[in-house]
Write a protein that binds this ligand. Sequence first.
Ligand code: PHE
Length: 344
Amino acid sequence: MQSRLQELKQAAMSRLGEISDTQQLQELRVKYLGKKGELTEILRGMGSLSAEERPVVGQLVNEVRGELEAAIAAKQTALNQAAVEAKLAAESLDVTLPGRPLPSGTMHPLSRIIEQAEDIFIGLGFEVAEGPEVELDHFNFEMLNLPKDHPARDMQDSFYITEEILLRTQTSPVQARTMLRKEGKTPVKIICPGKVYRRDDDDATHSHQFTQIEGLVVDRGIRMSDLKGTLLTFARQMFGEDQQIRLRPSFFPFTEPSVEVDIQCIFCGGDGCRTCKQTGWIEILGAGMVHPRVLEMGGYDPREVSGFAFGMGVERIAMLKYGIEDIRHFYTNDVRFLRQFNRV
Ligand code: PHE
């Protein structure tokens, strides 16, 4: 019986040496130490032993059990350790490896101008409004005092989708939409940057799609001087503190009186050059006092409130500010052009 025990121990130990995972270890434990295991079997056979032999064999069985348990526990610890090490090795990360560079884009010059203009006007207490690019004739023209047969509709050759729906030719419909949204409340003080569309043949200065920033202020006692002061502040923050502006009489059906606004030529400082056609001035926007009819249609009483509006071309401002000579650069997406605008 003693030699059976020794054999059993040896067999178990050598099997233990071959084991490489917890599952096998578990099986081994059951095989030798389990309820129906080999060691238990030997214990059962002890009934046939003599009274002297029994304690000796009993002690030996306990020793062997103790050794086996210890060896199995040690093996379990070793297996756990190995598993952790394997996992660490598999998941190891060399933080000294050079990173993969992510190419970053640049901000489009038009977006930069819009952002700067928004900052300026928000600083003056304006809110930024929005309106649809696919617009109703009603808002693009009718609500701006341009009835169906009005000759000034020709000023803006339009892309019609149906009789009543078109791509907006200007951001001015947002004036009408904003007034209706405000339901007669004052003050109204918004700008609206956005895309506009006109049937133009594209060349260096014309584009079938371009960008405008509309402005609208409606409140009690708004005067032309408010318009002038607002635009002067804008011009100085956008083009430099010593900027001057000049207002020339003009015509828009939705403003009365209407003006065109020039800044001093930023290339010659007002002395006269080729860009400003020797005048010293460059036009940047159209503006005026909101026409009483437009206020009325927007739900305001022109005897109580007044307002001013303006609309500027973002491409034009970007071209002046960055010295861009062809409007087509803005939409042909040549990365060599775009990458020049990589600094804030
Ligand atoms: N909507 C006009 C245009 O596109 C510009 C403008 C806006 C003029 C607001 C006056 C007031 O030419």
